[in-house]
Write a protein that binds this ligand. Structure first.
Ligand code: FPP
Length: 249
């Protein structure tokens, strides 16, 4: 999309009503590559450009938290060659972009079961988390080896253990207790969930955190997702009436 279209969309945006937390299911890399007779990995590789553009737009709009679904628990069932390629892409992207992540005051966090992630990729991710921990700009959550049901099981196990050890009393367990034991303990609930690739499902992503999110499904395949599509999702969000179960005044 050209700069004029961006400018026009930018003028429509209400800067007093920007979602605090945007989460994205980045789908369609494989299909994008197949359409041009390339290997699926070519699509993942090209998807990095859309990741960078989404981060830039988030900073520009003043979004507090951006959570990206980079690798799901279910993705471990893909062929080994694709898993290895994705893990290598993750570590090389983090390595190549770390300087720019730091310069842009981004605080990187990873949500998911890192024990399952190969050591080389895990070390790169942990290093980036440490190097950016004092930044106070965009909170960038990368979901890697992440599944929402697994996250809830983990939280329940930690809470049960704390109840057994008298650290938490059963009567005091409330929604806040659950929030505090999720990987996203430091993030607010999701306001806007975007999914590219044309599927209408949430695929075990942030099930607790999206309970009142506005959902935006787009046909565009992830490598083609540009600023134009992100701004359209924001405008769509701003046109919704969020009642949170109440009657609108
Ligand atoms: C879904 O497309 C996409 C993924 C499983 C991986 C997404 C990962 C990236 C774009 C790289 C992330 C890297 C960083 C640094 C955030 P698909 O393979 O399911 O596509 P398909 O539905 O067309 O088969």
């Amino acid at each position: 999309m050209n700069a004029i279209v961006h400018k026009n969309l930018g003028e429509i945006i209400d800067y007093s009503n920007i979602p605090s937390h945007v989460a994205i299911i980045m789908d369609g890399n494989g299909r994008w590559a197949r359409k041009i007779n390339k290997e699926r990995f070519f699509g993942h590789n090209r998807g990095i450009n859309s990741v960078k553009e989404s981060i830039d737009v988030s900073i520009e709009l003043g979004i507090e938290t951006l959570t990206l679904f980079a690798f799901s628990m279910e993705n471990w069932k893909r062929p080994k060659s694709e898993i290895n390629a994705l893990m290598t892409l993750l570590s090389s992207s983090i390595e190549n972009e770390l300087k720019s992540i730091i310069e842009n005051n981004i605080k990187l966090n990873v949500i998911g079961d890192l024990d399952l992630v190969p050591k080389k990729t895990r070390d790169k991710l942990l290093n980036a988390i440490i190097k950016t921990k004092n930044n106070d700009g965009l909170n960038l959550n990368l979901a890697v080896s992440y599944g929402a049901k697994q996250e809830l099981v983990r939280a329940i196990k930690i809470i049960s253990h704390k109840v057994k050890k008298n650290i938490i009393s059963e009567e005091n367990i409330d929604e806040e207790t659950i929030n505090e034991h999720l990987y996203t303990e430091n993030s607010k609930n999701v306001d806007l969930l975007i999914r590219t690739g044309g599927e209408f499902r949430v695929s075990n992503f942030l099930l607790w955190q999206i309970s009142y999110a506005e959902l935006n499904f787009q046909k565009v395949l992830w490598p083609d997702f540009k600023k134009y599509h992100f701004l359209n999702a924001i405008i769509d969000y701003q046109n919704r009436t969020r009642r949170f179960g109440k009657i609108h005044a």
